[in-house]
Design a protein around this ligand. Structure first.
Ligand SMILES: NC(=O)c1ccc[n+]([C@@H]2O[C@H](COP(=O)([O-])OP(=O)(O)OC[C@H]3O[C@@H](n4cnc5c(N)ncnc54)[C@H](OP(=O)(O)O)[C@@H]3O)[C@@H](O)[C@H]2O)c1
Length: 434
């Protein structure tokens, strides 16, 4: 049998403590599966005195995770502190520079410094594994990097943020507003005190940047993504979507479009019959379209200590077995530069909700403005005025367009706004039919 793999774990919070418990509880099975013992020898966190409901006496304690990363007491450094800068970045760099493999769950670190860290890992012949950084317990990194290595991937799209999916699900089921559902998500511990990272789409963008690199062999570049969040979605949109046979999901979408990448995070109308539409609450899901497998959807827990620890321990087991893949699927120097397709060039169907002034001929005039730019409709739903001839004097109108260009739609809606037929900013959402 090989000598034991000595592991140092930096970060003893939700994920770190679950990893320690899982390594302990699964030690026999892991020995059988990897052919060696996996032994935690060192741990690091900020506060030594915090009660973590764990016996830490068998482990050497480090106040400084960078010192632990360099220590001769460990063969593998596990980073579970979080944050794209500071100690997490310094410690991962220190471990890789000393030739030690690294396992991390840190999507922010990967999204911002993935290229440099992968290069450092390659130069030092060390593994850099990050299964837990995208979609928690769903093995999506391995699926794209190893499982689908024989495919040409056409697109990857997913529900990658459980907080947003929870909020949208509650809004749809209960007819509640965004703010009320966000409060509820915070009370239940699904959303942070500062929820902007989740609800404004940045967390999804971090994960999508990683998936796009693995799917298409392009440089990891978060700045190339178009990002919109879910704050502007109203119960009226969710009920209109429902009536028209759709659900609204915050999706991260990456698609190869000729020699460019169309990478977007935004609220999206998806047909109720699609796999992603079935996924409610905090659950995550990713659908991959690829030439050999056609369509593949993975659904599962995207966060939480246990699910995330499952992915971290899988990476640790790979390293114990001696598996070392190129972190980003191929050597960093072979990744193509990311050529971005600007979102104004997007082509597809659109949902548009307008508050139309209750004047004769307004809807016909709007349809004419759209037709002038080649936009036609799959459906037009004119709702009853909230109070006919009353205070508001507007009628909600929902339009679903046939496939059109985003730039043409923008120009048509500008013209409609100048005409004065609508009372406020149009609500526009892209439709993904596959
Ligand atoms: N939670 C999830 O469901 C989930 C899912 C997927 C990925 N992740 C990722 O996993 C990582 C950890 O998340 P988490 O939820 O476990 O975080 P957490 O509960 O906040 O735990 C963070 C841990 O890191 C330690 N720490 C922070 N800064 C440190 C520093 N400068 N030096 C030493 N220790 C430091 C903290 O020490 P103290 O305890 O002493 O304060 C704490 O133990 C993050 O990258 C996160 O994005 C989390």
């Amino acid at each position: 049998m090989l000598s034991p793999l000595r592991v140092g774990v930096a970060g003893l919070g939700t994920v770190g403590t679950s990893v320690l418990r899982r390594l302990d509880g699964q030690s026999g099975a892991l020995r059988q599966r990897t052919g060696r013992d996996i032994v935690v020898t060192a741990v690091a966190a900020r506060s030594r005195d915090k009660d973590r409901d764990l016996d830490l006496t068998p482990f050497q304690w480090f106040d400084d995770p960078v010192a632990m990363a360099r220590s001769s007491q460990i063969d593998l450094f596990v980073e579970l502190m979080g944050g794209s800068e500071g100690e997490a970045k310094r410690a991962v760099q220190a471990a890789l520079e000393s030739g030690k493999p690294v396992v991390t769950a840190n999507k922010a670190l990967l999204a911002h410094h993935g290229m440099a860290l992968a290069r450092l890992a390659e130069a030092n012949h060390a593994a850099l594994a990050f299964e837990a950084s995208v979609a928690g317990g769903i093995p999506i990194v391995k699926t794209l990097r190893e499982g689908l290595a024989g495919n040409q991937v056409e697109s990857v799209q997913g529900i990658l943020n459980g907080t947003c999916n929870y909020i949208l699900t509650r809004m749809e089921e209960e007819g509640l507003g965004f703010a009320q559902c966000l409060d509820e998500a915070q009370r239940l511990g699904y959303a942070e005190a500062d929820p902007s990272f989740d609800v404004d789409g940045f967390d999804t963008a971090h994960k999508l940047a990683i998936l796009a690199t693995l799917a298409f062999g392009v440089a990891l570049d978060i700045s190339s993504l178009h990002v919109e969040g879910i704050r502007g979605i109203t119960p009226a949109d969710l009920s209109a979507a429902h009536e028209l046979g759709y659900r609204i999901k915050l999706l991260g979408i990456a698609r190869r479009s000729e020699n460019r990448i169309d990478g977007r995070v935004h609220p999206t109308m998806v047909p109720k019959s699609s796999a992603l539409a079935q996924v409610g609450g905090v659950t995550n899901a990713v659908t991959i379209y690829a030439d050999a497998v056609r369509e593949l959807t993975l659904i599962g827990p995207g966060a939480g200590g246990e699910a995330t620890a499952s992915a971290v321990v899988a990476d640790i087991a790979d390293i114990a077995r001696g598996v070392r893949s190129a972190p980003l699927g191929m050597p960093v120097d072979e990744l193509e530069p990311t050529r971005v397709m600007p979102v104004r060039e997007h082509e597809g169907g659109y949902y548009i909700r307008l508050n139309v002034r209750d004047t004769p001929g307004a809807v016909a005039r709007i349809a004419t403005r759209m037709a002038e730019r080649g936009i036609s409709f799959e459906s037009i739903v004119q709702k009853q005025a909230p109070r006919r001839g009353g205070e508001s004097g507007t009628v909600p109108v929902v339009l679903i367009t046939h496939r059109t260009h985003e730039s043409a739609l923008g120009a048509a809606l500008d013209a409609v706004t100048i005409d004065g037929y609508i009372a406020d900013k149009p609500q526009v959402m892209r439709i993904e039919s596959r």
